[in-house]
Design a protein around this ligand. Sequence first.
Ligand code: LLP
Length: 429
Amino acid sequence: LPKHLTIKDGHLMIGSHDCNALAESYGTPLYVTDEQRIRDNFTRYNSALKKHYNNVQMLYAAKANGNMAVLKTFADMGAGADVFSSGELHLALLAGMDPEKLLFNGSSKTKEDLELAVEKGVKVSIDSFDELDQLSEVAKAKGKEVEVSFRINPAIDVPTHPKIATGLATSKFGIPAEQILDAYRSALDAENVTPVGMHCHIGSQILDVIPFAKAAEIMVKIAGQLTDIGVKLKFIDIGGGLGIPYRHDTDNAPTPEEYADAVMPVFLEGIAKIGIKPELWVEPGRNLMGDTTILLTGVNSVKTAHKKFVNVDAGFNLLLRPAMYDSYHEVVVANKADQEPELEYTVTGPICESGDIIAADRPLPHVDRGDLIAVLDCGAYGYSMASQYNCRPRCPEIMVSSDRSAYMRRGETVIDILNTMVDLPWVEK
Ligand code: LLP
């Protein structure tokens, strides 16, 4: 278990809080985030990089967990953000993040997205020539200047789930190698637009430092060519961060220090050769948030069929990752955390699909109705990918901080769902 999760009197604890007591007072399902763990993760990652180069800026990937309390925690530590929609941009600004430290990413932005970025003075990572044209028009119409980067397609194969390998030559993202110089030349010529940065993102949940070092190498090589054609680079953004060890016993995850030791020398040598000192931007999401949060889910019933099923109150409506990417999350029986495994159980949610499995064939202590299951490592891409499928209101999120706990999002109700629906005027009341 990571250091913020412990066992006391047979109960799973998060920080100084007994998970069973939290479930008792807030109900289940319940997302629980440990504020101190966010701070520790950020500090470690940031320091690992800064040890090599002081000019590093962390841009938290808001998509991993966009709760305002989380964004404010990052803002408080000096982070900016990678935002992928106008919504994320609004939230990052409301959280108090410096617009100078925001990058508006995305391969399919609307005109309104671009207008918002220009109005707020936020840098835009451009993903196509067409988008460059539109951004230039938008900025000109507003009489403003906008600083941009292009998202580079580094054409790197990475060891992760195919749905989240984003820098392959065949991905939808980025400008392919042979068009990069043209793209920057067009940006140098375009009105009201100034190219000041480079951006890439090779993929997520990568447990190997080599592809990141390779990406850095490709980026600084292109940086040299861009400097030659007159681009003055203020930043180089090497995208998302390291993956995390979802399988606590067997996943061999590199540490932030190992990541920095692999990436930074390549980066520093590259920029030294060119004679530039751009900021290094990184956009970690999962590594900072993943292990900060657990999902507490109550056992509705236990069934013995061709195997033993534990039917819990959270399914892929609240945690999509296992269904979407076959991903693995550790589960702990929070009220029997010190008991030896007795049987193999498959933990399933309440959703109407057979893919609604949180954890398959896990050795657990004897499970009974009323027990509490904790699903670990749900802080990144957990609540942020939740839905209201089967008309299930999304559950609350709480934050714990030393001996305090509080809602950081109340639970939805069926009324919340109903309220967005409008009666068709032609249907009889
Ligand atoms: N920057 C960009 C442009 C991104 O698209 C992403 C993630 C990140 C940064 C953050 O990457 P990280 O440090 O978290 O690896 N829903 C999937 C993950 C999708 C990631 C998409 N982009 C999952 O649950 O595994």
